[in-house]
Design a protein around this ligand. Sequence first.
Ligand code: BGC
Length: 787
Amino acid sequence: MKKSVLFLAAAALAAGCATADKQSPKNTINQDEVMSKLSLEDKAHFVIGTGMAGFSGNDAVIGATRSLVPGAAGTTYPLDSLGIPAVVLADGPAGLRIDAKRDGDSATYYCTHFPIGTLLASTWNTQLIEQVGQAIGEEVKEYGADVLLAPALNIMRNPLCGRNFEYYSEDPVVAGKTAAAYITGVQKNDVGTSIKHFAANNQETNRMNNDAHISQRALREIYLKGFEIAIKESKPWTVMTSYNYINGVYTSESKDLVTTILRDEWGYEGTVMTDWFGGKDGAKQMWAGNDMLQPGKAEQFDSIVAGVKSGKLSEADLDRSVKRILNLVEKSPRYQGYKYSNKPDLKAHAAVTRQSAAEGMVLMKNGGALPFAKTVKNVALYGNTSYDFIAGGTGSGNVNHAYVVSLLDGLKNGGYTVSDELKNAYAAYAAECKAKVEAEIAAAAKKDPKNAMLMRFMPRPLPAEKQFSADELTKQAAASDIAVITLGRISGEFMDRKAADFNLSDSERQLITQVCDVYHKAGKQVVVLLNIGGVIETASWNQLPDAILCAWQAGQEGGNSVVDVLSGKQSPSGKFTMTWPVNFTDAYSSKNFPVDQDPRIDMTNQGSKSANVKNVDYTDYEEDIYVGYRYFDSFDVPVSYPFGFGLSYTTFAYSDAKIVENGDAYEVSVTVKNTGKHEGKEVVELYISAPDNQAANKPVKELKAYGKTKQLAPGESETITMTVQAADLASFDESASAWVVAAGEYQFLVGASSADIKATLKATVKAQQTKVNNVLAPQTQLNLLKR
Ligand code: BGC
């Protein structure tokens, strides 16, 4: 990469920008003047990032910008002599990811590890999610970053996707609304977000070179819909394109996706950037409207300059992207001269994460073990992750947190006592397992330091569960009031989960069986807690324990949040945003998912799409629109837990369901009454069933809106109103390239889950059609599932 004259001219990166605080007038960039001073080379530099240490071979530029906020994923390119600073882009979904420590600096820069995306979505509480976003955004701003590389919004197409923990749902409405709330919250701080990964990054295996073959209808109704909802509702400052191809074209090189759909149809006006090292042809990415290439590679610079010189890329297209990045820089706290404190309110944010995490936990079974009875004082704690609670997944979705509250500490904080004998046994076992892992990493580092770095960045298999003899368990059962067993799972980018990760291991199965057996014989109850990022198999063992709570990966206050729920301080009110299949192969997408394949890790996209291995080089989305409950419901396939399911410590009655037509809108209201003895909140779900849906090849029902009550005291009621626009009822008709609402009588189903419909209302809807562009058609024949 040729070094820019402008870059060399500068040392103090932020010096060129005017100083301002919130009260001062907004500083503006005179774009015409800046543009008039930029050479072609300057522009080519400006649209690509400043590189990534160890990967881009561009260490001079990286050195200068990395020091802005160490550990941030990247920056924009500074034009210092023109007063245009580099702005800082940092991950990620569960909180800001920057280095916690800096060389020669005794201060620490820890960030709050908030709950994973899946947990946030499971709250179905957009107000709460907005508050979490606001807290995350405050850390972004106070640590001197400008754009948060989040939220991540891909559809949970298959239970084994390695990044499902960062994502929200198998349903685009839940995903879109959750993302919109998160973005609104973060951006309230006048910092940016980057909604990602646009689009269809639904597997990690060969993620940089996988071609997703998807019908236009499934793209429009499922894989793009969530982005459309979030982008229109919340206007993220940036959009991050994904790594994969869609129907033969890299998303970052697809004008149809990045310009025709995103900008022309949805009216998006912000900046589009690639995922890190995503795509191949810099000139084509610019032409497509992907404004910024991150983190930047020498080839991209060369490709853009050569592209303009040869006429392959018009300079006007390049200018347009330069201007969009200038718009982004202009809005940034760094350009506005914001004096960040490096002291976000970590204490207040610990309270936010604690409360939000408790609200997204899902009670799956309760035979009376929860909340703990007043007589429960001594808790016997089993499972490795009870003592080493998993706050979140690995990779760019991780956060450098100061601490994680384990379940052990959470129980102690809650006033419970725990068995010291068990604690000591687990501590010794953990030390043994840790030593083995460190030895493996040290051996790998000897061969190649990059390997060791990767091993730390990526998920490591968790150790087998420690086993106990019947005598040991009997002794523990006599000394404790209840047993809690935690099962853990961890995953992250670059790799999908293995089939074995979905199923229970032998050691887990044995632990649950034996503990339940011994405790039940002793007249004591057993609670299983799931500290996981994605769904697991439950059908073969869920009859054994007395209660099951899905705590997800609940962030750094995890143990405290769990104990808030176990103790009854907070009634669980989370519901699943995905289906829990009996076997993962029950999901139709499993026929076309890279189960237990070589992940083909390719850090900087050196690979090629030459081979043609099914589900690795290309993936046929043959389930079409039948993703998640749309499949299980429509084809009567039994599940372990349906979409939208979640129990409470109390019970709710639904009454007075009504539908009112208001122009083109349908307002559905229902009164929810707390009929139990505990306070609690209820999520209300609104599904639509289309007329003649068999003939129209539609799912039996689709979620269109939802609401959540406030905390209801026993006996208290609240009326929830949910609004659906007639246009929301449309399906995508490929032959007409249009969203089509078929005329007829629609059923509006008010449910407590997709499988528990409380009231059915009806309304006659008029036909409508909205034409859109005929783009992104598959290039291969797909054998699509139909009803
Ligand atoms: C991930 C993105 C992330 C980026 C920067 C990529 O590997 O896919 O989600 O924002 O790295 O860290």
